[in-house]
Design a protein around this ligand. Structure first.
Ligand code: B12
Ligand code: SF4
Length: 462
């Protein structure tokens, strides 16, 4: 029995987008994890990644050639339209092909997904145990009677490591020339670069995110440090990775875990730099942790600063303040950790003055990377419910469930002001821009080895 997993993450960059940045150059851990679990039980599993295809015609041809018995599709809210289209093509090619859907959207908005009669099974929550069980039942000719299966939560140390080759082999076939398993995105993280996940869930309660995360993953839990380091060792042997990043929602939730990880990482001889997500309040409360992480190789934090207004931060249940945000950025700078600043504009209840507060905060933070979003109400979060109850949402298609600051998502906002705020929030103060320019050039020309090499090139030619 053959199972084909399908990654339909084309809502952003479309077909033929492989390698174009993080959205189109990273593996999907959910599917790679399910493939590893199904293969461990002896099932044959392959992948079609729509990002590597030219269009729906090629998808149809692939299905006609592969003829899977079962297909498995993952779905964030933003993937709803391409997944629905993919399922229509699957059933058109062969109505007997079994379609299974899982991921955040089916878990959070089950009714909407269940309304599609072309979907044979929906697995909610986590599926490492339930998906292979479903495959086994289908193979034995005893498919479950119920259509919706609630996934059992796995012990994260007991499941196999993600099957990266599922994606990498398929990408090779699509002609993607890979000099790095996954696409690097910042100079601090050189290729070969890859992504890893150490745990699931989050202990915090931000209203634009929760309770969705808790619904999908339950309580926060992490793989043991030896388990993560064992995977890193295998990845070092196989891909000789030069850098990596943790996808975890907030890697620094558990300080003891982080301290143990940093010690073990160094002891095992790793020197590769990495990035992870953290929070401003954790950074400020535990500078010693930042120091420890920097010493182990952490070169960047993704930080959800979100807003420069204390009232908005309270409204978001963020658990931070403007002052804490500013202090966190200072601490990062002190320890040589780059700051990737996530923030939102155009939030419900937010005034233009409060957006100006966010702009002035960013000018003080002077982040290494700006990651602005126009607030987008995501199903499953309390702020989404607030937007629906107050008739604020402008989302007319699932394709708009992207936070990218391209269009206003909330009623009552002035798009012209939002676009101005977006541009202004990313404009550095002249003094900050000068300091950055000077640092860059110092690094480029003041290094004696580099200067000597450049001089040699000029003198000798070539
Ligand atoms: C890494 C990540 C990314 C990466 C990589 C995405 C990728 N290539 O997969 C990047 C940065 C590119 C990204 C982008 C976006 N992301 Co994102 N991302 C995550 C993050 C942090 C981890 C995802 C992950 O790997 N989890 C671990 C795996 C094991 O879990 P999983 O994928 O959910 O899979 C399990 C189950 O869901 C289930 N399952 C999943 N698929 C299937 C399929 C079948 C057949 C079955 C049976 C079961 C099943 O079984 C799996 C194993 O237990 C999650 C938050 C989180 N902690 O999960 C957000 C998250 C998934 N992202 C989210 C969002 C909103 C986005 C963006 C829309 C943001 C934006 N730019 O606007 C984009 C959309 C990208 C696109 N498709 O176009 C939301 C989704 C919310 C929703 N309602 O859909 C999440 C939940 C974050 C949040 N709390 O808001 N993201
Ligand atoms: S936004 Fe980040 S810190 Fe807040 S609850 Fe979600 S994952 Fe946790």
């Amino acid at each position: 029995m053959k199972t084909t997993l399908i990654y339909a993450g084309i809502a952003g960059y479309g077909f033929e987008s492989l390698g174009k940045g993080m959205e189109a150059g990273w593996i999907n851990h959910g599917l790679a994890q399910l493939a590893a679990c199904a293969k461990a039980q002896g099932f044959e599993v392959d992948l079609i990644d729509l990002r590597g295809l030219t269009g729906w015609d090629e998808f149809r041809t692939e299905l006609e050639q592969r003829r899977p018995h079962v297909t498995g599709l993952t779905m964030m809210s933003v993937d709803y339209n391409p997944v629905t289209e993919a399922i229509a093509v699957i059933k058109d090619v062969d109505p007997a092909t079994i379609t299974v859907v899982g991921g955040p959207h089916p878990t959070l908005v089950l009714d909407e997904v269940a309304a599609n009669p072309r979907i044979d099974y929906i697995v909610t929550h986590e599926a490492e145990i339930t998906f292979p069980k479903l495959l086994a039942a289908i193979e034995w000719g005893q498919p479950p009677q119920e259509r919706v299966l609630v996934g059992e939560r796995p012990d994260l140390d007991a499941i196999p490591f993600v099957d990266r080759e599922l994606f990498l082999d398929e990408w090779h076939k699509c002609g993607y020339a890979v000099d790095s398993p996954e696409v690097p995105f910042v100079p601090e993280l050189p290729p070969p670069f890859l992504t890893i996940i150490a745990g699931r869930g989050c202990i915090y309660n931000c209203n634009f995110c929760q309770p969705a995360e808790r619904l999908i993953f339950g309580r926060f839990r992490q793989r043991s440090v030896p388990n993560v380091v064992e995977e890193l060792k295998l990845l070092r042997d196989k891909y000789h990775f030069a850098s990596f990043m943790f996808h975890d929602d907030c890697l620094t939730n558990d300080r003891e875990w982080v301290a143990e990880f940093c010690q073990t990482y160094k002891r095992e001889g790793f020197t590769q730099p990495f990035f992870c997500q953290s929070r401003a309040d954790i950074i400020v409360r535990h500078e010693e942790l930042v120091e420890l992480m920097a010493d182990a190789g952490c070169r960047g934090y993704f930080i959800g600063f979100e807003s420069g207004s204390d009232r908005v931060l309270r409204f978001l249940r963020k658990g931070t303040t403007r002052e804490v945000n500013l202090k966190a950025a200072q601490i990062c700078r002190k320890h040589g950790i780059s700051v990737w600043a996530n923030y939102m504009l155009g939030l419900p209840t937010e005034t233009q003055e409060e957006m100006l507060d966010t702009i002035s905060m960013l000018k003080e933070i002077d982040p290494d990377y700006y990651s602005p979003a126009f607030y987008t109400p995501h199903p499953g979060s309390d702020l989404y419910t607030y937007c629906i109850e107050n008739d604020l949402s402008l989302i007319a298609s699932h394709d708009q469930y992207r936070r990218n600051p391209t269009e206003t998502k909330i009623k009552g906002q002035d798009p012209e002001f939002l676009n101005w705020a977006l541009a202004e929030s990313q404009r550095r103060k002249p003094w900050n821009a000068f300091k950055r320019w000077a640092r860059r050039n110092w690094k480029r020309y003041a290094n004696p080895r580099k200067a000597w090499q450049k001089a040699k090139r000029v003198l000798v030619g070539g």
